[in-house]
Design a protein around this ligand. Structure first.
Ligand SMILES: [Zn+2]
Length: 1021
């Protein structure tokens, strides 16, 4: 049995003790994390969807919007289950929005997902999600929702809540005739540039008058001539919810680039709009609006991040700056301690998810009240488990009865008791501190940043007045809108019954999954080695018959105690009699060796240091099969190679070198080797396990023969050479040198069959050294994998990295060292020849579709030009056209500088094997030409809203579409209000004059103009 030991690889770290192929147990998929202490749900960012998340949270925290949507029942909207049925009228967008709101209100997860909702928009790719701006999205979403609600009682939902009107008036100074034009709006767009506050911007728009006189007269219809006149605008109808978009993004026509206006721009928490409105009989209070949401843009004008500050009008969240004191949930008084139901509820309420393993409940109860269930309640109430079952209206047991939780309604009831308690406390605090006299109006603001939700103070909003991170959209609500008291801190308020049920069921499932996951995360796999099934020989413990019969696998919760483990083992080993001792066992080359004994029955497995995969020896602590077992580090058995020159007959010439493995305790004297070989007198030479070469032998002086093996630095695998005193040292070493070659190597490589050809073996281990040539390994692998000889001509070896990705092939003629292949690593045997020394092996992929492991591969000559390389790659990827160029992927997996010099060779541009090139859309202009992006600029109207005259409500969504997709390097993200239209790129000679450029630009304008006219969009131009 020793023969095979050194074939094994001790250098590679492996948890796979005993080679039994212990597979990692599949852990249940981790359920989403529960809500944090704010008790509000964020929304996951799916890559550039932060603007969507910010807007959805704003709508969600507009209770009137949310409730109006909830009021539309399945009889009007249909039901999501029917969405695939033919002829079923299912209004998916409002249904998905309802569902998302219900999840945000009730589902106990840290962040909700918007996948179902964006699917309902028809957004299937990330690209579609990223191309929007939050201000556009607001309009797109409203327009989509309106369309979807046509024919239902919610058809006017958007109008009811967000629709307002502006009236433009021109007064003739001669006949006083007023000509009037009314405009609708769902949101107001206001200028930021050269304006210092929202009030100023509104003043410019709705208070200042424009005068027509001198050479700019107005044609009055009544007078039928040019007259002097004044033009003004006023807000006529105010919506309950006023949305204000700030024009933070502008275009600098001097520098010819887009920029973000970062100047200071203030806006009030409360605004009175009366000065900006037409005169009416309305109460003054009808003009007062409160800020309740601020969408913030952070970053520059070509990207960045959105998050939102929101006022939680209904106090749904927990607005505190530290975690609620758990003691508030503690037992109120002495009397409660006598009621087992109250005590157990209190124990469970302190647990995460109100959930605990049943067998830990007793312990926790003991901690809480200082006395055990058995002492205090058992006599009157029976065993704990039975009590839980009897009170099933309060406690919910998992199907295997190992876990217990509180029924949801109990949890909610206790929570609301707690909340009312909290309110009392808040009121108490308020009455004490004069500053906070009215807690009910104390605004609860949160910063909602994708999945993160944090409470903030109202004054924090001022930080968003200016800078790179600043307010971008403002949402005001009419102050007079009152919320019903029932809605306060009640997330279930007005949620339709079927969604309440769905969320309750989902919460229950989440709790169960978390419990499962929790126990799986705490389970350890133990290998129990049963003492009586072992015997001691050759200095170590070995199974009597087979490994499987002497070892039991046991899965155990590491939070349980050592005593619990012992009890379980007693139950497992029914035959056991007498004492049971559990000791740490370790597999060493000589066999099994024992170390310390586990101690402390009341300690948990964690505390005694038992880990997953631990080997535990179960015995009586003294002997195995009548043999006293040495334990501990000192007497670890060492497996040594003992080489002995045996002489046969009388002639010294007929010496024979014999190798045999021997086991010695590490603390034995070196001299015992002689005894083991029955040699009375001799010289001992030693060599450590690592070195491989005759020169490292050291002879042990006679005086050191009493020192131990360990003191001499011998370890498993070390060699000992025993030489009879009379034999010739040199001849011995020569022979030994021969013997050692090639047999003591424990290094290997793993070669996997990736040729897509059938073979008996999927992978083989090939022995190798650092100076082995790659070609030899390949030949051996083909032979051992029993593959066709023909493969020798057409295959290569490719290292497999940690993620399983195949790297570029290693050249046949290099050694492992040269090819930087580490011993013990994996190589894939693949079809196709390895590149020669003048060839490059390149990965390539579309820039817009960089996914690890899906790259295409190509072998090209290093003298190939960039142009030809591009051609080959386009051909291979089947991409149409020739408007492409190449970029090199940099070390952080992003597109680097373009390879501009199309005539340069790959070698000149220092492209190396293994590099990844990215196919990027857009062609370079020919040499001597420049690429000039052309934008068409419409002079801006003097006030913000007047621009909208050209874009009546309803066409703004279309307005998004006609903006041509910009190529790169050109401003990309324009709010629809900026009258700037990207016409295209012009390739023009460096020598061309400005006049040439102008004429070409006009030509391109005419072309586009002609194209769009047919679609009714000419008005935009
Ligand atoms: Zn007139």
């Amino acid at each position: 049995m020793f023969g095979d030991l050194f074939e094994e690889d001790y250098s590679s770290v492996s948890n796979n003790q005993y080679g039994k192929g212990k597979t990692l147990k599949p852990k249940p998929l981790e359920p989403p994390a529960p809500r944090e202490f704010t008790n509000l749900s964020g929304i996951r960012n799916r890559g550039g969807t932060c603007y969507l998340n910010s807007l959805l949270q704003t709508l969600h925290f507009t209770p009137e919007f949310r409730e109006a949507l909830f009021s539309l029942g399945p009889e009007e909207l249909g039901s999501l289950e029917d969405k695939d049925k033919p002829h079923a009228k299912v209004r998916i967008i409002p249904l998905q929005l309802q569902r998302l709101f219900a999840q945000l209100l009730l589902l106990d997860q840290g962040a909700a997902s918007t996948t179902d909702l964006t699917d309902s928009f028809g957004w299937t790719s990330n690209e579609e999600m990223r191309q929007h701006d939050v201000q556009e999205l607001n309009r797109i979403l409203f327009s989509a929702l309106e369309t979807s609600l046509v024919g239902t009682s919610g058809h006017d939902l958007i109008n009811r809540l967000y629709h307002g009107t502006v009236v433009n008036q021109i007064v003739c100074k001669e006949c006083k005739n007023i000509s009037e034009k009314q405009e609708d709006f769902l949101d107001l767009t206001v200028a930021v540039k050269n304006v210092s506050s929202l009030e100023d911007a509104l003043w410019n728009m709705y208070v200042e008058e424009e005068v027509f006189d001198c050479d700019n007269l107005y044609h009055c219809g009544t007078c039928d001539r040019l007259v002097r006149a004044t033009k003004s605008a006023k807000l006529r109808k105010l919506p309950p919810f006023l949305t204000v978009s700030l024009l933070r993004f502008n275009f600098d026509f001097v520098k010819c680039e887009r920029y973000k206006e970062t100047s200071c721009y203030t806006f009030p928490l409360q605004i009175n709009l009366k000065p900006f409105c037409e005169q009416s009989k309305l109460n003054d209070l009808d003009y007062v609006y409160d800020l309740f949401s601020v969408i913030i843009h952070k970053g520059g004008c070509y990207g960045g991040h959105y998050h939102v500050y929101i006022k939680d009008v209904d106090h749904l969240g927990n607005w505190q700056f530290q975690e609620p004191d758990k003691n508030l949930k503690a037992l109120q008084n002495e009397k409660d301690v006598d009621d087992p139901l109250t005590v157990l509820k209190a124990v469970l309420l302190q647990e995460e998810n109100n959930l605990t393993p049943v067998d830990q409940l007793g312990q926790k109860l003991l901690k809480k009240i200082g006395t055990s269930w058995n002492k205090k309640f058992k006599k009157q109430h029976g065993p704990l488990q039975k009590f839980l079952k009897l009170h099933s209206q309060t406690f919910l047991l998992s199907s295997d009865e190992s876990m217990v939780t509180l029924q949801k309604k109990i949890f909610l009831q206790v929570e609301s008791d707690f909340q009312s308690n909290e309110q009392q406390i808040l009121q108490m605090l308020a009455s004490k501190s004069p500053g906070l006299n009215d807690t009910t109006t104390c605004p609860h603001w949160f910063d909602i940043n994708d999945s993160k939700v944090q409470p903030i103070k109202e004054e924090d909003i001022e930080q968003q007045f200016q800078g790179k991170e600043s307010a971008y959209m403002l949402f005001y609500r009419k102050s007079q809108l009152q919320r019903p008291p029932e809605a306060r801190a009640n997330p279930r308020y007005r949620v339709p019954c079927h969604l309440l049920k769905e969320m309750d069921a989902a919460n229950m499932e989440l709790q169960m999954k978390r419990a499962e996951c929790d126990s799986a995360n705490n389970n350890v796999e133990l290998h129990l080695h049963v003492g009586p099934r072992y015997h001691f020989f050759n200095g170590a413990l070995h199974p009597v018959s087979s490994q499987t019969e002497s070892m039991w696998d046991l899965t155990f919760d590491k939070r349980k105690t050592l005593g619990d483990l012992q009890q379980s083992i007693f139950q497992l080993l029914e035959f056991w009699e007498g004492d049971m001792v559990l000791s740490v066992a370790k597999r060493v080359p000589a066999g099994l060796h024992l170390y310390q004994t586990f101690d402390g029955n009341e300690l948990t497995l964690c505390e005694v240091g038992i880990v997953d995969g631990e080997d535990i020896f179960v015995w009586n602590g003294v002997e195995v099969g009548g043999v006293q077992i040495p334990t501990g580090v000192d007497c670890e058995p060492l497996l040594l190679h003992v080489l002995h020159l045996e002489t046969s007959g009388d002639s010294k010439r007929r010496e024979q070198l014999v190798e045999s493995p021997h086991v010695f305790p590490a603390n034995a004297e070196v001299g015992t080797v002689l005894t083991a070989l029955s040699v009375t007198e001799g010289v001992i030479l030693t060599r450590s396990a690592q070195s491989s070469g005759g020169e490292s032998w050291t002879a042990i002086p006679q005086k050191d023969m009493q020192r131990t093996f360990r003191e001499h630095g011998l370890r498993d695998g070390s060699s000992v050479l025993v030489q009879d005193s009379y034999s010739d040292v040199n001849s011995l070493l020569t022979q030994e040198g021969k013997w050692i070659t090639g047999t003591n190597e424990i290094d290997w490589l793993e070669v996997k069959n990736l040729c897509q050809l059938e073979s008996e073996e999927k992978q083989v281990k090939i022995s190798a050294a650092i100076n082995t040539v790659v070609f030899d390994i390949r030949i051996k692998a083909i032979k051992e994998l029993k593959l066709m000889k023909e493969l020798v001509e057409n295959s290569c070896l490719r290292p497999v990295d940690r993620n399983g990705k195949l790297l570029c092939p290693v050249p046949d003629n290099s050694t492992l060292k040269e090819a930087e292949v580490k011993l013990g690593s994996s190589l894939g045997l693949c079809l196709g020849k390895a590149p020669t020394s003048s060839q490059l092996f390149l990965f390539f992929t579309l820039e817009t579709d960089v996914q690890h492991g899906t790259e295409m591969e190509v072998i090209v000559e290093e003298t190939l030009s960039v142009r030809d390389c591009l051609k080959i790659m386009l051909e291979k990827s089947g991409l149409p056209g020739d408007a492409w160029h190449l970029r090199k992927m940099d070390w952080c997996c992003e597109a680097g500088e373009p390879l501009c010099e199309e005539d340069a060779t790959l070698k000149e541009l220092m492209i190396c094997s293994g590099d990844t090139l990215l196919l990027t859309e857009g062609k370079f202009p020919p040499p001597g030409f420049l690429k000039v992006p052309i934008w068409w600029y419409q002079p801006q109207a003097p006030s913000g809203h007047r621009e909208r005259e050209d874009q009546p409500h309803g066409s703004s969504a279309q307005g998004v579409n006609w903006r041509a997709a910009p190529t790169q390097g050109v401003p990309g993200h324009m709010p629809a209000e900026v009258s700037l239209l990207f016409l295209g790129d012009i390739d023009i000679s460096e020598d061309a004059t400005l006049v040439d450029l102008k004429s070409q630009s006009v030509l391109i304008w005419h072309l586009l103009h002609a194209m769009f006219r047919g679609q009714g969009l000419a008005a935009c131009l």
